[in-house]
Design a protein around this ligand. Structure first.
Ligand code: SAH
Length: 354
């Protein structure tokens, strides 16, 4: 029985699902969920991420991690954690850049937080090839506390399940996934609107991600207790705003969200203001900027120039990669970088003002 058929049956038995419940089933259903069964990253797959655009992305983040570790006083051991490592490209590039400081690699106790069994297998190949060793955890809570933490997560927040509320004359009604008269999955509204404080014109959509906030709070609590920094990069908002950002991608094309559950990647914008606020409530310091600003401050342009000087035939490719990562009309502005850190004097690179 397909996931769609099982969801229709589940809704028939238990009533409509919240968008968050629907996302969770589409991404993580053990039998048919997208990440559980057929995650396909890259040019030939369903979606492409910054590490797959250019190895410069992961190398700069590797150097960022080394610099943060040095600022922390070069603790040994420390937990080097990537959450949601996808096909392993990013951790491969981080480990390669980390070789510039062998003490960093020697001190790193590497953990990969990954929900997807097929992706864990691909990450293991990359780590072995890099001559490193890693352990896997299903959640941050499974990574042992008691040592400073340097965590990186690229495009993880956007796949944590979120809820949507629609402004109606009566208040904010939760958007639900039910079954229409034609027997197909259909969006509807919960009959009992909530009196949320935010005001907005009728039809406005408000998104709320308890899972993103919980991740920010849990990460911040760890960092405050043990010292360290977390770098969260994703597409999303840097100020509270309204709008429906739920999106399904298949082979680089947007497809209707309810049409092929489990067969497409399903995401919602990262809610950086909410994640940062949750982290500050735990006592962590936070800094937020755009991916473009972050990478330029870390020296992306100089790195590309150095690579182009060594291999002039690569100039156009490198130029295109830089444009894609930092261009205001490409990933540079829509994607943001959020850093949670402690102690507050740490000043992680890439987030300096001005
Ligand atoms: N960081 C990679 C991949 C991003 S795709 C890159 O930039 O290319 C999202 C990743 O997060 C996948 O590895 C997916 O399996 C993982 N993931 C999704 N939900 C998760 C969860 N709840 N817990 C842990 N990992 C999760």
């Amino acid at each position: 029985m397909s996931l769609k058929a099982r969801l229709i049956e589940r809704i028939g038995d238990g009533g409509p699902l919240t968008v968050a419940q629907y996302m969770d089933a589409c991404l993580h259903d053990p039998q048919d969920g997208y990440y559980a069964t057929r995650p396909a990253l890259g040019e030939e797959g369903d979606f492409i991420t910054a590490p797959l655009v250019s190895q410069m992305f992961g190398e700069l983040i590797g150097l960022w991690a080394v610099s943060v570790w040095r600022s922390l006083g070069a603790p040994a051991p420390f937990r080097l954690v990537e959450a949601g490592p996808g096909d392993g490209t990013l951790i491969g590039d981080i480990l390669r850049a980390g070789r510039l400081d062998p003490a960093f690699l020697a001190a790193a106790d590497l953990w990969l937080v990954e929900a997807s069994p097929p992706l864990r297998a691909r990450q293991a190949e990359v780590v072995t090839k890099a001559g490193a060793a890693a352990r896997w955890a299903a959640s941050l809570a499974e990574v042992p506390a008691g040592a400073p933490l340097v965590l990186i997560a690229n495009e993880l927040l956007d796949c944590l399940p979120a809820r949507q509320f629609v402004r109606t004359a009566e208040g904010w009604a939760e958007r639900m996934v039910g079954v229409g008269a034609d027997g197909e999955l259909a969006f509807g509204l919960s009959p009992s609107p909530l009196p949320l404080a935010a005001d907005a014109p009728p039809g406005a959509v408000f998104e709320l991600s308890p899972a993103q906030e919980a991740f920010g709070a849990e990460l911040a609590a760890r960092i405050v207790a043990d010292g360290g920094a977390g770098l969260l990069i994703d597409y999303g908002r840097d100020a509270p705003s309204f709008g429906d950002t739920l999106q399904a991608l298949r082979r680089h094309r947007k497809v209707p969200v309810l049409e092929t559950p489990g067969e497409a990647d399903l995401t919602m914008h990262a809610d950086f203001p909410a994640v940062a606020a949750a982290a500050r409530r735990e006592g962590a310091a936070t800094a937020l900027t755009t991916q473009g600003e972050f990478l330029v401050r870390l020296g992306l342009v100089q790195r590309a120039e150095a690579l182009a000087a060594a291999r002039p035939e690569r100039f156009e490719t490198l130029e295109r990669q830089v444009g894609r990562l930092v261009g205001a009309d490409q990933m540079g502005r829509l994607f943001k970088a959020l850093c949670l850190y402690y102690p507050p004097g740490l000043s992680p690179p890439g987030f300096e003002e001005g």
